[in-house]
Each structure stands twice: as C-alpha cells, then as structure tokens.
Design a protein around this ligand. Sequence first.
Ligand code: SAM
Length: 211
Amino acid sequence: MGRFDTERKEMIEELKNKGITDANVLDALAKVERHLFVDPMFVNKAYEDSALPIASEQTISQPYTVAFMTQALQLKKDMKVLEIGTGSGYQATILATMGCRVFTIERHLSLLNNARKMFDKLNLRVAAKGGDGTIGWKEHAPYDGIIVTAGSPTIPEPLMHQLAEGGRIVIPIGTKEFQSLAIGIKIKDKLEVKEVEGFKFVPLIGKNAWS
Ligand code: SAM
C-alpha cells in the first residue's frame, strides 16, 4: 500500500456520495496521487475535499470541482482537450490519465515549469505552454473539450471558435467573487449553455477576461 491510499479511497467514496458517477473520472481520481501536487505544507490535507493554496497566490481546485467539471465534458479516450489554467498540473494529469490528448496553458511561468516537471516525471501525454489562455491555442484546434479552471466575466470568443462541432466547454462565469459553471455544447456552430450555481475560482486574467 502506498502513502495516502486509504485517504484517496475515502475521497472517491465522498465524491460518489456527492453525485459523481462517471467511472472513467472516478478511476482517474483514484489513480492520481493528489498529494504530489499540493504544497508540502498541506500534504496532510491533500485528500480533503477542499481547494488548497499553491505558489503564485493560486489554488489547486477542490477534488469535487475537478470531478464535476471533468464529468461535464463527457470525455472518451484519445479526445483532444484544452485546459486554461494549468496551476499545479493536477487537472491536466487527471485528463491525461483518462487517455485524453491534453493541451494546457498557464500564465504564471513558475507554475508552468513545476507542472511540466511533473508531467515528465509521470510520463504523461500533456503539451503545456506559457501565456494568455483566453486566446486559446489555435494551432491544435479544434478541441473535443475545453476546460477553464479560473473564473471569467464571459466565455472568451476564441475558445468558442476553437471548440469542435459537438464539443463541450466548461468554464466558471460570473463576478470576481462568485461564479456559476457554464457547461456548453457546440451545435451547428452555436453554443447551447446551461449553468450550475455555487462555485468560486481565482480570476481568469487576460485579453478576453479580467484585466
Ligand atoms: N487546474 C489547476 C490545477 O489542477 O491545479 C488549478 C488552477 S487555478 C484554480 C487557476 C489557474 O489559472 C492559475 O494557476 C492561474 O494562474 C491561471 N490563469 C489565470 N488566468 C489565466 C490565463 N489567462 N491564461 C492561463 N492561465 C491563467
């Protein structure tokens, strides 16, 4: 048994009790060692269902939020996914563990470099770059899924364009303090969106979001 295996199993039970049903998502969260992605100071809290501080005044999202957003994308193996906000690299690792081809963008280069080291160490299929994710990553578009892990006032226009027909986007939308999760599916070049209330993220800062 590895360190924290019991805690990780308990976290999965908690996520099931909170309504996460996608077996691929639950399998990935059961495999990925979240304690490797948190600040060593908070390692004993790694399997609590809460967001935790990381460097550059950012956060690693709450496991329930990671699971809920990933489930909303309805992903299958080999699908191409763009993540905006690499942070610790945990969400990208979940996506890669599910067999997706992952592209991720982070504006803080120190976070990006740490996450890249982790992707290399874990031998994952993740392409990561530094920069403003609100303009997307055109070279690899279209994407079957786009996940934005920071809160935006609206859905950035370039991300809508870079989504494949039938593709899904999940993004927190609202004020800087509180957001709803917008879950959109692109049908005939238009986005059909539903919103789920009650989330809180750090702000998405860039050309097509907060300044
Ligand atoms: N997905 C991350 C993880 O698994 O640890 C959590 C990310 S944290 C909640 C949000 C991240 O979005 C921060 O690291 C922040 O620097 C980044 N961010 C904010 N605005 C951005 C932008 N325009 N482009 C890229 N990253 C951005």
